[in-house]
Design a protein around this ligand. Sequence first.
Ligand SMILES: [Zn+2]
Length: 394
Amino acid sequence: MLTQKQSDMKARYQYRFYPTDQQRQSLAQLFGCVRVVWNDALALCKKSEKLPSNGDLQKLLITQAKKTEERAWLTEVSAIPLQQSVIDLGTAYKNFFDALKGKRKGKKVGSPKFKKKTNQQSARLTHGGFSIKGECVYLAKIGNVEPIWSRNLPSEPSSVTVIKDCANRYFLSFVVDIEPVNIDAKNQSVGIDLGIKIFAFMSDGEKAESPDYSKLDRKIRKLQRQMARQKKDSKRRNKTRLKIAKTHNKIADTRKDFLHKLSTKVVSENQTTVLEDLNVSGMLKNRKLSRAISLQGWGEFRTFCEAKSRKYGREFVVVSRWEPTSQVCSDCGYKWGKLDLKVRSVKCVSCGAEHDRDENAAKNINKVGTGHCHDSKCTSRRKKTTSVASVAEA
Ligand SMILES: [Zn+2]
C-alpha cells in the first residue's frame, strides 16, 4: 500500500522467499518473541491509566525482562524487531487515538489487539537489523535469504517486515520512498459505479468485468463443511485448514492483481476519479449479497485508487451514497425516482434518451463528483462530497 506525508511518499514492495529448515525455526522463535513483547506491552498499556512511553516499555519488557527466568529466551533473538514491536504498538495507539479525535480520515482504526499464534506472523527489522547484498538479504540472527525479486526496489528501503502468512508462505515486505509519477491524464474525469458481475461501469461507457471467483469460493465452502466435521486439533483438520488458507490466498492474489491493474489504468488516464461511498457494512447484512460483495474487494479498490491518485498527482473524490445517482437522467437531469434492481435500462420520459442503468449511474457519479450538477441542489451536493486526495496516512 502507498502512503504519503506530503513530501515523502512511501510504498511497500513485497517478495516471496523460501527459508531453510534452520531459518524456519529461527523465524518461528523470532515471531514468538515479537508476539510476546507486543502482548506484554499491550497488556501493560491496557492496565495503565496513562500510556507508558516507548522508552519505559522497552526498558521494562525487553531489557529487564531478559534478566527474568520467564523471559530469558528473549536474548536469543535480535533486539531490533523486539524494540520495533514496542514502537509499532505506540504507532497503533497513536493512529487509534487520532481516529477517535477525528484527525484521521479514511479507514476506521480499532484499538490495538493481542497477537495470536494462529494468525499471520510478522517481525519488522530496521537499520542495523538487515542489509541487502546483491541478490541476498541478510536478516540479523536469521542469516541470508534470497527472495524472488519480481521487480526492482526503486530505492534503499528503510525497513523490512518478515511475514509468514496463514498458508505458511514467507515474504519480505520493504518500505521504500518513491517519487510521484509525472504523466498527463488523457481525460478530465471519470465516474465509476461499482457492481458485482461487472465490477466497474465507467462514465465513458467502458466496463471492467470481474474475475470469476465462484469456483474457488465453492471449494472453500466445501472445505469448511469438511473441517466442521473433523476432530479438533487433529492432523486432518489442520490439513484442511491449510487448504482453506491456500484457496483464500489464491482468490486474494487474483483479486489484488485485477484491482491493481484496473486502478492503475483508471488513475493514470483520468485527472479526477470519482467513486461512490458505498455502505459496504450495511450491504453485508444482506446475506445473499454479502458473500459476492466481500469477494469483490470494493474497499480495496478504493484504497488503491486513493493511493495511486497521490502517486500520480491526481484528484480522488468520493460522493455521498445518498446521492440519487440511479434516479436521475444523466442527460437532462430529470428525476424519475427509485428503480427496481431488476430494471437494467431506462428511457427518460423528459428528453427521450435511453440509458443503461449502471452507465447512467456512473455518469451521475462523475457529474456530482466534479461539481457539474444539473439542478439547484448543486451547491449543497458539492458540500457532501469529500476530497480525500490530500489526506495523509501513517
Ligand atoms: Zn433525460
